[in-house]
Design a protein around this ligand. Structure first.
Ligand code: G
Ligand code: MN
Length: 436
């Protein structure tokens, strides 16, 4: 929430909030069958940086500038001298039009204006000032007070009605008072502007929060099977699907949750719905669950008596190294703790640039999921072929099981089979769908 800080100093600041980029997990989208061969999942576009910051707002410093509107040169000089000595910057004009022009250009705390002037009277000027700037204080000076112009002047917000001859001490005193009033008025107006902006932001956030709550309530899980080399279902990856029309897809929901600080709620809802549906999955199959790095900070995940922990030996937690997981001691400790609870761990999207080999080294996962960019047209690309062969060989020797993700064609599938890849996932074999 934006904070409004107004103290003695004429400044206010608005909190800045920075949010980290998303992991793009829980993505998934059913494509029309015709686009099977070259399917590009629109939900796989990763969110870019979600910097959401407001710039600090500062109040203008109080003005110490006075405009004198006086056509008698002697008076004008006397006022000007007195106010300069009183610490003010002074501009002098002798007609109303010029005064208006100056008012547009400068920030005056006060205008000292003669009530009777050729062209535009002080009273008319006062009306114009009120149209253009509500805060400038106008002091009207006249030789002879007449009751009706005095009341008229006060009605238009003249702060003072001064009688000639005017003593310099009195003038400076009145202008000092005007400067204080002006300063207060400017600050109050600025504060109200900030408050209005704050409330607007607040109400926007609250409606966004309501929407994300609805989306979290409405989300469903789709399950995409992962097959062994023998064609048997080894497990299912649970993928989030948005049931709330205000969101385009799961990635939209994820982005909003990230921006509004609701990732923990989203993660919990995904896990509990996945777990509920997974009770219908065939015996012995595994549940692959995507985790956002922030899920690793959610104590719920670590509760030993949770329903998820109860089937930990059937659950594979997929981690994508968005933030450099391998360098974060605390996160590594948490991953180790999850494994001590019986969960298995997979490095997701290996080879897509985020999940690097360092996570493989640091986490020593039970599973590695080859990013689909390495799988795509592997049969036509000798470098991919060699690379994947090397990864498979290394993982085999370390006891890590490799899942080839995003297998879309028979050629890709056959090539990976020939390389003795143990596990397969992709549109060629099965699309994400609700569990029957
Ligand atoms: O980041 P992760 O690997 O968890 O993302 C899996 C995503 O890949 C899901 O959005 C899923 O729908 C999508 N997906 C699954 N199989 C295929 C496939 O064969 N091709 C493409 N393009 N996307 C796939
Ligand atoms: Mn995944």
């Amino acid at each position: 929430m934006n904070k409004l800080i107004i103290n003695d100093m004429p400044q206010a600041s608005v909190d800045q909030s920075t949010l980290r980029p998303g992991s793009g997990r829980h993505t998934g989208h059913l494509l029309p069958p015709t686009s099977l061969a070259n399917a590009v999942d629109e939900d796989d576009v990763r969110p870019s940086s979600l910097l959401h910051a407001s710039s600090p707002v500062s109040l203008p410093s109080p003005s110490r500038r006075v405009l004198i509107l006086e056509d008698e040169p002697f008076c004008a000089r006397a006022y000007s001298l007195a106010l300069s000595q009183g610490g003010y910057e002074v501009d002098v004009v002798d007609n109303g039009e010029h005064a208006l022009q100056m008012l547009l250009e400068q920030n005056y705390c006060a205008v000292v204006a003669d009530l009777c002037l050729p062209g535009m009277s002080g009273l008319e000027l006062l009306r114009c000032v009120r149209v253009h700037d509500l805060d400038t204080i106008v002091l009207l000076v006249t030789a002879a007070a007449d009751f009706s112009s005095a009341t008229e002047a006060l009605r238009h917000g003249a702060s003072q009605f001064l009688l000639k001859p005017l003593r310099s001490k009195q003038l400076v005193g009145e202008v000092n008072r005007a400067a204080r009033l002006h300063d207060l008025a400017v600050r109050r107006r600025q504060a109200m502007r900030l408050l209005a902006a704050d409330q607007e932001e607040e109400s926007l956030r609250s409606s966004e929060n309501q929407l994300i709550s609805r989306a979290i309530g409405a989300l469903r899980m789709a399950f995409q099977p992962i097959f062994g080399a023998d064609g048997q279902v080894f497990g299912y990856e649970a993928l989030m699907r948005s049931g709330e029309p205000a969101f385009k897809g799961p990635l939209d929901v994820l982005e909003a949750a990230e921006r509004l600080g609701r990732l923990v709620d989203l993660g919990r809802a995904c896990r509990s719905k996945a777990l509920r549906d997974f009770s219908r999955a065939p015996q012995g199959t595994k549940l692959f669950l995507n985790l956002h790095p922030q899920d690793l900070l959610d104590d719920d995940l670590f509760a030993a008596d949770s329903p998820l922990a109860a089937i930990a030996d059937r659950v594979v937690l997929e981690l994508t190294e968005r933030a450099p997981l391998g360098e974060n001691e605390e996160l590594l400790r948490r991953v180790a703790h999850l494994r001590s609870m019986g969960f298995r761990v997979a490095i997701d999207d290996l080879g897509n640039g985020y999940a690097g080999l360092s996570s493989l080294v640091q986490i020593e996962p039970e599973f590695v999921k080859l990013d689909m960019s390495l799988v795509r047209n592997i049969h036509q690309n000798p470098i991919k072929l060699r690379l994947v062969a090397l990864i498979l060989e290394t993982c085999r020797s370390l006891g890590i099981q490799v899942v080839a993700e995003g297998v879309e064609t028979r050629e890709e599938y056959d090539t990976l089979q020939n390389l003795h890849c143990p596990l397969f996932q992709g549109y060629y074999l099965a699309r994400p769908a609700p569990l029957p």
